[in-house]
Design a protein. Sequence first.
Length: 343
Amino acid sequence: QLIGIWYISEWMAMGKPSTLQLVELGPGRGTLTEDILRVFKQLASVLSKCDISVHLVEVSPKLSEIQAGMLTGGKVQPSPEDESAYMKGISKTGIPIFWYRDIQDVPPGYSFYLAHEFFDALPIHKFQQRTEKGWREVLVDIDPEVPDQLRFVLSPSRTPATQNFIQPEETRDHVEVCPEAGVIVQRLASRIEKDGGAALVADYGHDGTKTDTFRGFRNHKLHDVLSAPGTADLTADVDFSYLRKMAQGKAATLGPIKQREFLKNMGIDLRLQVLLQNSGDTATREQLLHSYDMLMNPEKMGDCFNFFALLPHHRLVHPDKKNKPESKSPLPPVAGFNELLLK
């Protein structure tokens, strides 16, 4: 709900454009988009003059079915061959929804992008610094001593990836790079520069400080990434310093900021009080407090989950500010990264 508020706050700060595309990358089961659409419906009077559509970038046929059920009640139809979307429908709140396999298929236009636990699932290259030989890529090999087992090995010489992805100023001795994330951020930054809007990234990550974060999860428990391939979720923390570098020039960036700070700035405490007052039974109240603790507790998701935003440069600095500093009213702060101003 607070992410929905963030988008409305930015839409207002940018002068309330007449059309708005909500684009989610890897929407999972569709629950986050549904919550955002509920907020849009609750604030329909604010958004009444805005033409809203939802665009989901999803490669999995199974997940797109689940999303369609969640968001439209299953009322979807395949799109004609000549259209960029492969499926379309209408949300329960009456908003058109389209499904695509690639972000490049999403039509241009003023858009808010959302990537929630998206970048951490993309494949990475791993590199290790070997003083006598320089950088070496970590590769996967068949273990000669154990049948049907895989092992990690270091490349005997520099690989093309080593030459392309290691920054000259790198000081860590172990680095993970996700080139696909770089490409996607460059595309988002280009779109925001050209058409306006903003992107919000929420994920596990760090600001270029961590080294070896590649791990597997199966049934919510840590799992060896090399055993029984294909049966576990593989993840690596997002390197936000790399995303910032990839956006450079085209879009301004804010963050990463810890989830508990972002949600506190967005007024989560006030929101919790309202929900607690409006909930009639003890079970619901306990669930609310449990969820709040999961999101905010530094030991849980409060500190390991981060928020990061891409915005047009003019959202943070007036184009003519340099020449006539007194001529413009100050820009409203960006909610979440500053305190949300409740009007």
